[in-house]
Write a protein that binds this ligand. Structure first.
Ligand code: D9K
Length: 107
């Protein structure tokens, strides 16, 4: 339906903007569980922008809520594992602020 097509445009556009952001580098691919000690044990549901894109392409987001849930999972995992005052922690806060602003602007 036209409504859902417009909704999909919103996810696709926003995902592209997230991936293009200068602070996106920690979130572009799944965290390497073998090279980040503790991550596998501490973070129960890893998520990243590439995985979100694959789910979008495979039509796994039945509604926009599930898309927002996965995006927020990226940032919640980041806040859980990384100090606020760290390179990746700060990038996560900046990316979350950017996403929240753009998602609202595109409403
Ligand atoms: C988001 C996150 N949280 C905790 C640890 C690491 C990461 N991201 C890594 C992703 C692979 C490249 S990197 O290793 O530089 C950064």
């Amino acid at each position: 339906t036209p409504k859902s097509e417009l909704a999909v445009c919103r996810y696709v556009l926003l995902l592209a903007e997230l991936e293009a952001h200068q602070d996106a580098w920690p979130f572009l691919r799944p965290v390497k569980l073998k090279s980040v000690p503790g991550y596998k044990k501490i973070i129960k549901k890893p998520m990243d922008f590439f995985t979100i894109k694959e789910k979008l392409i495979n039509n796994m987001y039945l509604n926009q809520e599930n898309f927002v849930i996965d995006v927020n999972l990226v940032f919640d995992n980041c806040q859980k594992f990384n100090e606020d005052d760290s390179e990746i922690g700060r990038a996560g806060h900046r990316m979350k602020r950017f996403f929240d602003k753009r998602w609202t602007e595109l409403l």
